[in-house]
Design a binder for this molecule. Sequence first.
Ligand SMILES: Cc1ncc(C[n+]2csc(CCOP(=O)(O)OP(=O)(O)O)c2C)c(N)n1
Ligand SMILES: [Mg+2]
Length: 364
Amino acid sequence: MPRTQVERFSVSHMQILDDDGNADPELEPKLTKEQLLEIYRLMFLARKQDQRMLKLQRQGRIGTFGPCTGQEASSIGPAYALGDSDWLVTAFRDLGARLVRKEPLINSLLFHNGFEEGNVVPDEAPNVLPISIIVGSQALHATGIAYAMKYRGEKAAALTFFGDGASSQGDVYEAMNFAGVWKAPVVFICQNNQWAISMPRSKQTRAVTLAQKAIAAGIPGLQVDGNDVLATYAATKEALARAYAGEGPTMIEALTYRLMMHTTADDPRRYRNEDEEKAAWEKDPIPRFRKYIERKGIWDAKKQAALEEEIKGEVDATVKEFESRKDFQPEILFDHVFGTKHAEIEEQRAQFLENLKLKSAKAE
Ligand SMILES: Cc1ncc(C[n+]2csc(CCOP(=O)(O)OP(=O)(O)O)c2C)c(N)n1
Ligand SMILES: [Mg+2]
């Protein structure tokens, strides 16, 4: 019997802004001047907070964290596409996305100093899950949330981020596969930043793209220029429209680069060369988007100077507030496990508080 072709697949790539900040007029999303400036501000704020956190960590004033520098477009564009009823489910390098959803800036300092308060998302930050450190697990949470929303008949979606390394985890495939089967309204964003700690993309998988992993799950997959905030926004908007219409999940591979170290406990000079980093800095998403808004005539050097001043003030004030806080409650981690009180959790809380007392008595 001759072999017959039963299916054919392809993966497309989308880019809207070129390296010089020129947009393709046919693909350019319809964002107002205010929205464009808000996106730029958020990108700039995430960058400045990241830089400050690196200094604070080096001075021993906060703990380990994973810098997001270079990934502002792949994190902020998708989050900016969300509606208020949608959920954001992130890993540990998504400060930008969390700021879009109005998580207070101080949470990043609290969380990365080990205070559980940094995990508490206030009511004004709509539908944001705590940071997930377990690589890839958050994809399952997003599918679960999306399935629940579908079950309840809510017209909303869940957006989740994971890395190139996480794309090799079973959790991520299982999340995409189940979301496909259930037609759950999820948008999966794979931030392919070329590195998983010291593991380069070339050794991660022989797959030519990561977007093609969607094919095995039977869901649409697309690759976008992850340093082009218009492309990450537009691709996510499209995926969300499909999700709201009951057409199920989408996976987007956003090509970007981790410009800094994996975390502050890592030294990338031991495993990658400076030429590669230099080339990646040339593709920094922030100057590229700045050129775009300058070309539009809505941004200039004077506005930039004012923004830098304003953001410096905001970051300074946040650090000051963080360092003056003394009212931490280590046991609040037991407060949000279930929606209602649970006997076993309360028992654990009592034990935990008892142990804390013993520890501090020993220390005295
Ligand atoms: C299940 C699990 N395995 C290992 C780790 C340790 N770890 C933390 S980040 C990381 C690499 C993640 O790479 P990637 O998914 O590409 O995300 P990136 O750090 O580049 O944002 C590893 C192995 C972990 N946190 N969880
Ligand atoms: Mg990575």
